[in-house]
Ligand binder design. Sequence first.
Ligand SMILES: [Zn+2]
Ligand SMILES: [Zn+2]
Length: 467
Amino acid sequence: MDQRSVPTLLEIAAKSLMNNEPRGIHALQVLPKHLFIQLFTTAFLGRYKKMLKEIVKVWPFQCLHIGTLNIGESPYDILEALMDGLQFLPTQNSSSGGSKLRILDLTQSSDRGITCYYRARYQFCSRSCVYSQHSILEIEESQNRVRCLEMDASESEPVSPRKRIELLVDISFSCTMRKKQFISFLKAKAEQSAGSLHICCRKLQIDIMCVHARSLQILDAACISHLEVNRVHLRNVINLFPQLIHLKILKLTSLPLQSCEGRNFNIFLNWLGKLEILQELTLSSFSLTDQLHKLLRVLQPRLTTLSLSLCHLSKSDIIVLSQSFQVTCLKQLNLSNNKIFRDDYEPFLSLLESVSSTLQHLEINNCKLTDSVLPALLPPLSRCSQLRVLSFAFNAISMPALINFMQHLTTWMNLQYVIYPIPVHCYERSNFHVSVNRQKLAEVQAQMKHILQVAKREDMCCSISRV
Ligand SMILES: [Zn+2]
Ligand SMILES: [Zn+2]
């Protein structure tokens, strides 16, 4: 029998408390501290919302992380239940002494447990906010400074009875009703706390058409390290986020294709140049033709990811990129949906040479790649010794050329994942309609599988581009 399928005594006890909610809630007052982690895990995975709220109310550790727990569908119901348990005023009539919770971390991550109690000697949770003026660390430090200055004074300001709490949460502003409700819930919680709650959002996604600048006032831009904005105009992003200084990842998608010239572009470049620790930049649907040199002039040298899909890059843009100092650090490069191989593709080969020592992930989907270009790609690609992912979907390639190319790819032992295009012979045209022949597609997939088997590369994953 699988050992993991046998529940432990602790799991059985936790489950039985869930099945009798009033008894379970009452038991929280007397349960030993170390049982809370199992109890929380059981309540979370079983989606016992009332129980989760009560557990947070009396949580005996300083921090509580969702960590690796699978939140499943309808995540906002669970997140709201947890936030509902936050207590900003000390609990009077509680034998357990109330919650010790200072940091509620609702972000999912594989690198932390439910709490940092085993690291108590470090005093603070490793996820504490270190950037905001409203963070616990910053406020307590400034309170300590004030206390030191007032040591000799007979009377000092009474300390607020309210507990300071940090709420770590990824936020997505979009037009969907449930997401809007969640934002309203967050706002209400912030108001209820009367300034004691620091909403620390490090990953923020925004659909610009669905957010009003006022809604963003509950956030501190200093905390944001990952920002994604869809349907953005350059003017919006500068106006909404003048204070971003700790941004590591920036993804902007423009709609419709936006010209990158003139005053707004210059202001945007000035703003971008101030992002001193930016590591990943994604621009999609921006018309950057012959403008890339301006962008590269302001970007940090430590950039590890550059994605410029559908940016109308010209030959001179690719030349500029291949000669820039940023490419020497790039690990991920996405140039999809640019007509790179339509005419002279020599600059792209030079670019591959420039990134060869660091590149791990390359996407050149829908770039007008043809049979005649594939052999020329092999020498510089083979020198990209770190390359693990290659995607060249949505290019018009014949089956013989694809087979030849794939046979070379299987000899590169670091390459783990390949996404290849549907070969041209699989497409069928009737009248004005183009469709894919499923039978032919299945044969292609079987042939690719055979190539991997012959090369003894079962560790390599090859998938065909989606139809
Ligand atoms: Zn912690
Ligand atoms: Zn923060």
